[in-house]
Write a new protein. Structure first.
Ligand code: COA
Length: 317
């Protein structure tokens, strides 16, 4: 995450809000925000470098780069191509971005996993990276207290073992969800322009209550379905790492699927919602906190704009 921190106290000086409201409704105490000239690719490059180093590999070993983001620096080249250009990857590396909003990292893992399983590639770099601060309307208290910037990355390697990624699942409900979370791009419909009145049109607007209900329902469903498909039971799962949108969403998921809150990893307090970066940032924090060990079953699960959702079941190698 970039070094600059915006605390709730600082937000109190910017919009009509309070630390008490933000903490009680979201669990967020602070978020990291990139400087004006720092973009998603800058964060993605740093995360990529760290992941490759941690995997004791070098950029030439990577055959595929998938970046999940909804805040790419440019429409083209993709963030993945900018990463490819920065770290000495081979020219044979396939590199592209995907956008599934806050489910992006789950979708990206799912795609990369297919390339590894069908034998096309042996190693893939999957990055979730966002500068949400650049699409935030800092005068809209409904959204500006929620989001933050960051990037996380993993290296996936094909292996003939019984562990690693066991199952993935993903879905989308564009009919019900298409209007509940939006950031206009080239097209700004009258309806979207109206939501933003005379403000910056390319900023996030969200029906928070609607997304909240969706998040609890779909992430809970994804968790129980993937466990069932794998022939496992909830008690077999050591840790669930959900998209970090709001601590209350995570508490509601624990309640709905009836697990102790300790099985769900909470990381939102110091990061805010970093969209596609939130799951890899939380995964990294869980590894650092020694919450994941060899042979543990863990679940990554997300929900985001679209509405999109997905889950990944891993037996930690
Ligand atoms: C946004 C969210 C925190 C709002 O929490 P909530 O408990 O549903 O709050 P409500 O929307 O009912 O708003 C309650 C009141 O607080 C006000 N409010 C909103 N933001 C506020 C803020 N930052 N500070 C103070 N008051 C605020 C609202 O205007 C509303 O006032 P009103 O009743 O006078 O209209 C919550 O809906 C949420 O987290 N949704 C999911 C968001 C998300 O993370 N989405 C990303 C994709 S997963």
């Amino acid at each position: 995450m970039p070094p600059r921190i915006i605390t709730n106290a600082e937000l109190e000086t910017m919009v009509d809000t309070s630390d008490e409201w933000i903490v009680s409704r979201t669990g967020v105490h602070e978020r990291h925000v990139a400087d004006a000239m720092v973009f998603t690719s800058d964060l993605a490059i740093e995360a990529a470098r760290n992941a490759i180093e941690n995997a004791s590999m070098s950029p030439e070993d990577i055959e595929l780069i998938v970046v999940a983001t909804l805040t790419a620096d440019m429409h083209t080249p993709s963030v993945a191509c900018i990463v490819q250009s920065a770290l000495g990857f081979s020219k044979n590396t396939m590199a592209f971005d995907i956008n599934a909003a806050c489910s992006g990292f789950i979708y990206a893992i799912t795609i990369a996993n297919q390339f590894l399983q069908n034998g096309v590639y042996k190693t893939a770099l999957v990055i979730g990276a966002e500068t949400m601060s650049k699409v935030t309307d800092w005068e809209d208290r409904n959204t500006c207290v929620l989001f933050g910037d960051g990037a996380g990355a993993v290296v996936l390697k094909a292996a003939e073992t019984e562990d690693g990624i066991l199952l993935t699942s993903a879905g989308c409900d564009g009919i019900a969800g298409i209007k509940s979370l939006t950031i206009p791009g080239l097209k700004v419909s009258d309806e979207e322009a109206k939501k933003r009145e005379n403000r910056n049109l390319c900023t996030i607007r969200m029906d928070g209550g609607e997304v909240f209900k969706y998040a609890v329902r779909m992430m809970s469903e994804q968790i129980t379905t993937i466990i069932e498909k794998a022939g496992l039971k909830l008690e077999d799962v050591k840790l669930i790492i959900p998209h970090q949108a709001n601590a209350r969403i995570l508490e509601a998921i624990a309640h709905r699927i009836q697990v102790d809150k300790s099985v769900i990893f909470f990381n939102v307090s110091h990061s805010g919602n970093t969209s596609a970066a939130s799951v890899p940032l939380a995964l990294q924090a869980a590894v650092q906190a020694d919450r994941i060990h060899k042979d543990d079953y863990i679940i990554l699960v997300g929900l985001g704009g679209g509405i999109t959702w997905g889950a990944v079941l891993i037996k930690w190698a």
